[in-house]
Every structure is written in C-alpha cells, then in structure tokens.
Design a protein around this ligand. Structure first.
Ligand code: NAP
Length: 464
C-alpha cells in the first residue's frame, strides 16, 4: 500500500507489512482537536516548568517501569504495524527504559547553572525550558525515536506533542497512554494523528515553540524551511549512507560479523545501518565472499515468529522503491552477488542483497538504501577508501575495521565526516553519547548532555 492507502478521508490505516492487510483504522485528529491538544500541552507546561527535577524524575522512572511491564504488548504492536521481529522489539523497549532512567538520573546535572566570571556580583548561565516542542517521528524505531526525543525534552521542563508516522498510529497512542499512566500532568505529552501535510499547520500554532524531526532528508528540507520562516528552533535527525571501511589489517571474522549485523539491523531500515562497505583490495574478495555467505544465511520470516532475524520491510511502497534502486544500480554497472528479487506473496519482504562493483553515480552509492541491500565498493589504499567514505551527501555514522587501534582512532577522529565514528564496532546510539549528523544528515543533537540542551533557553543571568 502507498501513502494514499494509509490515509483515507479522515482516517489513518495501519497495514501489516507481513500480510498487506489493514489491521486497524484510526480517526484523524481534526484541526480543532489539534488546537486543543496543543493548548492543553501549553497549560500543563506552565506548571511543569516550575516542578523540581526530583518530581520530573519520579514520573520518568515510572515511565521506565511501565515500558518494561508492557514490553510484550509493545513488541507485538511494532511487529504488527511495521514488521519488527519480536526479539528486536523487546530490545527496543528495554533501551527506551534505559534512556528514561538515564535522563531521570542526569537531567539536573546536565542542566545545572554554569557560573560565569564577569563584572557582575553574580552571573551565570541557566537552562530554562522553551514550551511545547513538536516531535515529527518515523516508523522505523517507533518507540525509541519518540522516547529519545521526549525523555530529555520533558526532563528539561518542556511539553511535547507527537506527530508519529502515519503507519504506526497504534504505537503513537500507546506511547501517549504510557506517559499519561506514568503520572505526567494531564496533556503534557499530546498525540496528534495527522498526515504529513498537516505538520506545517501545527508548527504555525504560536504555542508550538520548536520542532524535532527524525525522518528523511526530504522531510527535513520542508520542515526546516517552514521552521526558518516561522523563526522556530529545529533539530533534524535525517537519513544516512554510513560507510564501513575494511582495511587490509582488519580482523575479518569480526568485520564480517559486525558488518552483516549492521546492514541487517531492523531489516536494514535504520538511519545508522551500514550501507556502503568500502574494502581495500588485498581483502576485498575474501570479505565479499564471507560477507555474502553470512547474509545468505539470514533467517527471514514472520515478525511474530520467534528466532526470526529479519521481517518484512515496513511498507510495500518502500520495498518497491528499494528494489528500483537495486535495479538502477545494476543497470549502471553494479553486479548482483546475492538477492535482488522481489519474493512472491502479499507481504513487503525483500531478501538480503549484495551489490558489488558499486561506484559513485549509482543509487546504491549516492542515495540512502533503506533496506537489506549492501553495496560493496573497492578501494586501492586507505586514503582512497576514506575519500570514498566521505564522498556522500550524508554524514551520520561511519566505521573502520583495523587491528591497529591508533590507526582506527585517527581515521574515526580526524578523517571521517560524520557525527558518530566507530572503530571495530557497529555504529549505535547510546543515551550517554550525543547523536546526530552533519551535511544532509541534519543538524542538532539528541541524547547525552548535548541533546538535553537543544530545547532550552540558554539564559544569561547578570546581577550587578
Ligand atoms: P519520512 O517519510 O521523512 O517520515 C518521517 C516523519 O515525517 C513521518 O512522521 C512523516 O509523516 C513526516 N513527514 C514526511 N514528509 C514530511 C513533510 N514533507 N513535512 C512534514 N512532515 C513530513 O521518513 P520515514 O520513511 O518515516 O523514515 C525513514 C527516514 O528516516 C530515513 O531517511 C532514515 O534515515 C531517517 N531516520 C533518521 C534517523 C536519525 O536519527 N538521523 C533515525 C531514524 C530514521 P507521514 O508518515 O504521515 O508521512
């Protein structure tokens, strides 16, 4: 089903990507209701902003407990609405609980006033909340993306209004209910069931002070331009085409395992999934052979089944788009080493696919491939590999594999143009580290002490 099938007159449909059946239909939030949700959030903000960190943390810890208690239900909901295998859904919920507790524990320290030496008798920098923050979120990690935005924003004293992706309305409502049950003030976390064409109208409401988008670069361009016109703060977490560089001195057992996991994570539908594998010549053939074998063994199946490594993609239109990128890359000279065929049946399944001889000018190199399609690119030297890694409009994550830790660290720290650079490990998010990109992967940061300071007024206080 495409966008028009997910949205009907006044309704949003959730469609199981495993069967292509409509599994639930939700009434859209009307413009009048949207106004009321935002007003309620703003009213709740007026008292919430004055609460202590201790009070906020108590609700946030309760949210973490509820997430854990409801883990099975939430994992099933994700499997149903967007095809995530149950085991991965459970891990996602556990990670959400971790982030809630992390910000409950550290918000006060991250937002403590910073004294400044000036001519004043007393001067310092204080961090005060902004008000209602709109979160426009994607379907790929339906709970994690929302919690990652909301936990720090709420702990900083803000209110949140969520516009989730149209295909995961059940998850959106479940998250709203969870924050409500955790004891946050009535309306502090609001949920809107609206399509993407209604986002601008929400952003234009005067009580909405800022917007966080996690989504595609196309959505980022649109939201950023409207936020600019309205002079509202925006944080954009967008797409990526993460390069994984494999050098001649890499531990190939490790590189193959990590690269495979990093490409298959969430059926390849992760902004920080590994997408381009840039392998230097001495190890290219061996890496390609072993990596392809590893992907061939992927256990693809019903996301509700246990032991499944990869479910369907989230929507058939996205699967078809991915397949078109594969076909066009082959037409431009890439070779298909594995997969590349749409399986029969109504689901949005796509097999693990390996393209070799990939070069700039092919969709598999220039664009984000949001699914289990690996692009292998050869490079003669380390310098050529790095140049190739950076030759992308994106700059979200990057990884390098080498047995020489100092060499790896130099490349990660100095050479890669990306927001998260890892050595001998899969790029991943962690509440303790800032997360975000450069270039067309967006701007601003989530998580860590940097993330919680995005939606605050950095206020200078000067007392003569
Ligand atoms: P998407 O199509 O951009 O949608 C993301 C959200 O934005 C949805 O709520 C969507 O609403 C809304 N949206 C889409 N176009 C919009 C527009 N022109 N104006 C306002 N809102 C708009 O992305 P997706 O397919 O859901 O998610 C995949 C993308 O997200 C990938 O590019 C991925 O890399 C990126 N992503 C980035 C990060 C990160 O942290 N950097 C993390 C996860 C995903 P509807 O559903 O109603 O269309």
């Amino acid at each position: 089903m495409g966008q028009s099938d997910r949205e009907g007159a006044g309704v949003l449909h959730s469609v199981s990507p495993a069967t292509n059946d409509v599994v639930a239909t939700y009434k859209k939030t009307t413009p009048a209701e949207t106004g009321r949700v935002v007003e309620r959030a703003d009213r709740a903000f007026e008292s919430w902003r004055r609460t202590s960190f201790g009070v906020r943390a108590a609700s946030m810890r309760r949210a973490a407990d509820l997430l854990e208690e409801r883990k099975e239900r939430y994992a099933s909901l994700m499997a149903l609405e967007m095809g995530k295998p149950l085991a991965q859904g459970r891990s996602e919920i556990e990670k959400c609980a971790w982030a809630c507790r992390f910000f409950a524990d550290h918000a006060e320290e991250f937002l403590a006033a910073e004294p400044a030496e000036t001519s004043a008798s007393r001067s310092y920098v204080a961090f005060r909340p902004l008000g209602v923050v709109l979160g426009v979120m994607p379907w790929n990690f339906p709970f994690w993306q929302v919690v990652r935005f909301a936990a720090p924003a709420l702990m900083a004293g803000n209110a949140c209004v969520l516009k989730h992706a149209s295909n995961v309305s059940g998850c959106a409502l479940a998250i709203g209910e969870m924050f409500h049950d955790a004891g946050f003030p009535e309306g502090l976390f609001g949920v809107l069931l609206v399509g993407s064409d209604e986002v601008v109208r929400v952003l234009e409401l005067p009580r909405v002070r800022a917007v966080a988008l996690t989504g595609s670069s196309a959505a980022g361009r649109s939201i950023a331009s409207h936020a600019g016109r309205l002079l509202k703060k925006s944080v954009l977490e967008l797409g990526g085409s993460d390069p994984y560089v494999v050098l001649e001195d890499a531990d190939l057992d490790l590189a193959v395992e990590v690269c495979a996991a990093a490409r298959l994570v969430n059926a390849g539908q992760s902004c920080i999934a590994a997408k381009r594998f840039i392998v230097v010549e001495p190890v290219r053939d061996e890496f390609t052979e072993r990596f392809t074998e590893r992907l061939r063994r992927t256990r693809m199946g019903d996301p509700m089944g246990e032991g499944v490594e990869m479910g369907p993609l989230a929507r058939r239109d996205l699967r078809d788009q991915l397949h078109a990128q594969v076909r066009e890359s082959v037409r431009r000279g890439a070779s298909l080493a594995l997969g590349g065929e749409v399986p029969p049946g109504p689901g949005a399944y796509y097999p693990p696919t390996v393209l070799t001889e990939v070069r700039p000018g092919m969709p598999a190199f220039d664009e984000e491939t949001f699914g289990p399609v690996a692009a292998i690119v050869g490079a003669r030297t380390e310098a050529a590999a790095i140049q190739c890694a950076n030759e992308s409009p994106y700059g979200l994550g990057a990884a390098v594999f080498t047995r020489d830790a100092a060499r790896g660290e130099r490349i990660a720290s100095e050479a890669f143009e990306a927001g998260a650079c890892f050595v001998n490990a899969q790029v991943h998010s962690d509440p303790r580290l800032p997360f975000g990109g450069v270039k067309e992967s967006g701007y601003g940061r989530e998580l860590g002490s940097f993330g919680i300071r995005e939606f605050v007024n950095v206020k200078s206080v000067y007392v003569r």
